[in-house]
Write a protein that binds this ligand. Structure first.
Ligand code: GLN
Length: 305
């Protein structure tokens, strides 16, 4: 496994040249486009890592996996899926178009920005600090860390350059699809996107989902098997935004990407895979990361479908 991972990382890293780091959030533009790393954690807690697998980056959209798991766990399936759909769409992650056209004006799934904003608003804790505290805590136990932390400079950068997310949230509120304080909800959303992680830590998060909610490093039952299965299903159908269909065909693993450059994959009953490469394709997915996931899936025998 180590040999395969080293080879894949070495051969996929140069593909980063074909993409660009996200620059619509100024702090993300400072990432080194050449960074590249990958990690695997299996169901027994065994780990392999290669390249920049310990470099810190932000979860960005991968945080949507954590907020969804938390909301499902605490609010139940009916409450969550009354407000957010479960359908795959082929629009960009921050698109507003279909939200306005469709009635009811309900986000299509929890893996796009509008859906995650509604999911955050459903978290039952009172206030910003309590809500983000719960997200951070779940993030830490899912990935086997003592603590998870917000990268302050990225959070502030997101907060002050977030016209599109503000537009989504205020539109949702105007049509009665978002309750509670809209700025507080956005603040929790920006903070959770800015949670720091590494490929190694993310691979543990993927492995916990793969093991039906039991963290294979700590042995802790973190989320219920039904929640883990539901999150995996939504990763498979919606986790790579408008690239989800292609990713399902080419890679065949439930996965979630973020514009920070991470991708986490979860192979039920077997392993969690993670890659980090901040140079992105036009959909916001790591260029070298998608290529590496494809090779890991095929050559590592991780393909699920
Ligand atoms: N924080 C980012 C945003 O809201 C997350 C998007 C992403 O990773 N695709 O735009």
């Amino acid at each position: 496994m180590q040999q395969l991972l080293d080879q894949i990382v070495k051969e996929c890293a140069p593909l980063s040249e074909a993409g660009h780091v996200a620059d619509y959030i100024p702090e993300l533009a400072k990432a080194n486009p050449k960074s590249f790393g990958a990690a695997v954690t299996d169901k027994d807690g065994k780990q392999w890592a290669s390249g920049d697998a310990d470099e810190t980056f932000c979860l960005e959209s991968i945080a949507k996996v954590v907020s969804l798991a938390l909301a499902l766990q605490l609010r139940g399936f009916d409450d969550v899926f009354d407000r957010v759909g479960r359908s795959a769409i082929a629009d960009p992650f921050n698109s507003i178009m279909r939200l306005e056209m469709d009635s009811p004006h309900r986000p299509h799934n929890p893996m796009i920005n509008s859906g995650a904003i509604v999911v955050v608003s459903l978290l039952p804790q009172e206030g910003v600090e309590a809500k983000i505290g719960a997200v951070l805590e779940l993030c830490a136990v899912l990935s086997g860390q003592k603590i998870a932390e917000v990268v302050e400079r990225v959070y502030l950068s997101e907060k002050f350059t977030s016209d599109r997310n503000r537009a989504l949230a205020y539109f949702l509120r105007s049509v009665g699809s978002l309750e509670g304080d809209v700025e507080d909800t956005l603040d929790v959303y920006f903070r959770m996107c800015s949670i720091g992680t590494t490929a190694k830590q993310l691979s543990v998060l993927g492995a916990t989902l793969a093991c039906n909610g039991r963290n294979p490093l700590t042995g802790q039952d973190v989320i219920s098997p039904t929640v883990a299965r539901t999150v995996r299903a939504l990763m498979m159908t919606c986790g790579m935004y408008d690239g989800s269909g292609e990713f399902a065909v080419d890679v065949g693993i439930p996965a979630k990407s973020g514009v920070g450059g991470g991708i986490v994959g979860t192979v039920p009953g077997r392993a969690g895979l993670a890659v980090y490469g901040p140079s992105l394709d036009e959909r916001g997915n790591s260029v070298a990361g998608v290529a590496a996931m494809k090779r890991l899936s095929l050559e590592g025998g991780f393909r699920v479908i």
